[in-house]
Unconditional design. Sequence first.
Length: 136
Amino acid sequence: MSKPSLESGVYAALRVMAGAMFAFHGAQKIFGLFATKPPPEVMSQLWIGGLIELVGGAFIAIGLATRLLAVLCAGTMAVAYFQFHVGSDWGGWNWLPIVNRGDLAVLYCFVFLLIAARGPGPLAVDNHLAFARRWR
C-alpha cells in the first residue's frame, strides 16, 4: 500500500470537516442543539432533511457508504436551495445564492458532488471494510 500524499490527506480533511459540519446542522434540526427555533415535527420534510444531514454527514465524515450518501446529501441541498431559498420568486436577482442566502446550500451541494465523484479517499472506513472483505 502506498504512502498517502498531501493531496489525499487534505481531501480526507475536506471530507471529514464537510461531513461533520453537515451532521451538526442535522443535530441542530433534529435535537434543537444551538437552535433558536424548536425542532420540527417528526417525519415532516424539515425533520427528514435534518435526519439526512445528521446521519449522512456523520457517515461521510468517517467515510462509510461515502459515495451513496454524498449523492443523497447533494440532492438534499439542491432541493433545499430551490425550495427554501429561491422558492417561487425568480424575479430580479433572487435566484443568486448571495441574495437569497442559499450560498451554504449550494456550497454543500457541490462539495458533496465532488466527494461522490472522487469517492471516500484513502483514509476512510469504506477502504478498511473493502480490504477485510477481500481477505475472507
